[in-house]
Design a protein around this ligand. Structure first.
Ligand SMILES: Cc1ncc(COP(=O)(O)O)c(C=O)c1O
Length: 490
């Protein structure tokens, strides 16, 4: 794909910031200077700087120019890429239910769940589309098919969209499902059985852990780099030792890390799957919401042997209420289709047709382009606020997509205890241990950055920072009486 001159300049300056040619706090050359040096127009340079602002790399200071932003430390890369624990049965559901029961109460400041706020979704356009499809084809409101469960118009759109991710979809490989969650759950049942071991990223989305738990399977946590994703050296060791029966990864904007696997890693992963005959269930729900200069391809784009089952839905960019997802299931399509039929029958033909209408034309591309820009800004805003209010020892992820931030706090902070104090203060967060099969990430939290920035959110982040400072101070006290004193006088 060709990239614009302004994107080229933004990437070039971004690389200079990453390699600290320009360090935090440095002023970039002026717009006029950059235009002269790079033989570009002023407006191209301004577009590049605005893009860098959206990516959270620089900030404009009135009358003074563009400065590289100060940030908290970024999460360190894992040191031991080959260290694997034993596969283990998962048991997070009880903890998750306890956390959600405190998070999902009215009027709480929602930094916990990872749903896009309604304000960002194209609800008005959906309203019009729902009415027009119902008027045009009322029969769909009563339709349910046992044999043809995929609505042809929706299937056509899935095929067309494959152009954007470098794929070519054979229609017989596609199974329409009632969500990305349902797609992944059917895939797991199709490719593995109770007692089997599933390789997962560490950290990973807690619903994937719950799925593995509910199916009586084991999880093997693969060390995962906060920028480049799972260690393929570690994964290959596990595959070679016959430890793994399937993989379940989120290669494009992992939740909670926000990392995107580099293309060469995806190619290598596809080759490993083919070599060892192991399926990958790939969650690509954030593929269209990545901030990388180009839409990152999923592993499915490199799959020549049919071992990748790519799952997605439009829950994040159109609406989670449609409950329509799909899987491009490769060589496992028949098993997945059978499981879909016996589990829940066809997904609503009406909502498949509504989404097909929405996807036909430019609305979806306009919507995702806007979301990417706004989400990158909101993440940058949240990262800045956490950098200012939390202790300096904290480190942050650098999400390349989606809308969550992963925060590593000082060693002594217990995220579960923090979750309790935060919810008592009217703030929801997601504690780190929910993202691990083995109770890792005790001192991590995930924050939702999707909300529009407001004084209420700023106050919530400041309050959270205060709670983290207080917990750090309390655990640093020598005696219980000192601790009590410091807790009373934070
Ligand atoms: C990584 C990931 N996959 C899937 C989902 C859920 O998608 P759906 O609503 O289509 O089931 C989420 C929602 O938070 C998610 O973060």
């Amino acid at each position: 794909m060709q990239i614009n001159l302004y994107e080229q300049l933004a990437n070039e300056l971004g690389a200079m910031i990453a390699s600290r040619v320009f360090a935090p706090g440095d002023r970039l050359p002026s717009i006029r200077h950059l235009a002269q040096q790079k033989r570009l127009s002023i407006s191209t340079v301004m577009q590049a700087l605005r893009l860098m602002e959206d990516r959270g790399l620089v900030e404009a200071k009135p009358q003074a120019g563009y400065y590289v932003r100060h940030r908290a430390k970024m999460l360190a890369a894992m040191t031991d890429t080959q260290h694997l624990k034993e596969p283990a049965f998962v048991g997070i559901t009880n903890l998750l239910m306890r956390v959600l029961s405190l998070n999902e109460v009215p009027n709480i400041v929602q930094l916990g769940s990872a749903w896009p706020p309604d304000e960002m979704l194209p609800i008005k356009r959906m309203q019009r589309t729902v009415s027009s499809v119902a008027r045009r084809d009322p029969g769909l409101l009563a339709k349910v098919s046992v044999f043809e469960t995929n609505e042809p118009g929706f299937l056509r759109q899935i095929n067309r969209r494959a152009l954007s991710w470098g794929g070519q979809v054979d229609p017989s490989e596609v199974v329409v499902t009632s969500s990305c969650t349902e797609a992944m759950s059917l895939c797991l049942r199709a490719v593995a059985k109770p007692g089997d071991t599933i390789a997962i990223e560490s950290a990973t989305y807690f619903v994937l852990l719950q799925m593995i738990e509910s199916l009586g399977m084991k999880a093997l946590e693969i060390p995962t780099h906060p920028k480049t994703g799972p260690s393929l050296d570690a994964l290959e060791l596990a595959m070679r030792a016959g430890l793994v029966q399937a993989c379940l990864f989120i290669p494009n904007a992992n939740n909670p890390l926000g990392c995107v696997m580099p293309e060469e890693n995806k190619k290598r992963l596809a080759a490993l799957l083919s070599l060892y005959g192991i399926p990958l269930i790939e969650d690509d729900i954030y593929g269209d919401l990545c901030f990388t200069p180009e839409r990152p391809w999923p592993v499915k784009a490199y799959d020549t042997s049919g071992h990748v089952l790519m799952c997605s839905s439009f829950s994040k960019a159109i609406t989670p209420a449609a409950r329509v997802g799909y899987v491009v299931a490769g060589r496992y399509a028949q098993q997945v289709a059978l499981l879909k039929t016996v589990s829940s029958g066809a997904t609503s033909h009406f909502f498949q047709a509504v989404l097909a209408d929405f996807l036909d034309g430019s609305s979806y591309d306009i919507q995702t382009r806007k979301m990417r820009r706004v989400l990158a800004q909101r993440i940058a805003r949240m990262s800045d606020a956490v950098s200012s209010y939390f202790p300096v020892e904290c480190s942050l992820s650098e999400p390349q997509g989606g809308f969550v931030l992963w925060v590593q706090m000082p060693e002594q902070i217990d995220a579960l205890a923090l979750h309790h104090t935060a919810s008592a203060a009217g703030i929801s967060i997601m504690p780190g241990p929910l993202f691990s099969a083995s109770g890792k990430f005790r001192n991590y939290i995930r924050l939702n950055c999707g909300n529009n920035w407001s004084p209420e959110i700023e106050r919530a982040v400041a309050k959270l920072g205060q709670l983290v400072h207080r917990a750090a101070d309390a655990s640093a006290c020598a005696s219980p009486s000192e601790c009590a004193e410091s807790a009373q006088n934070p």
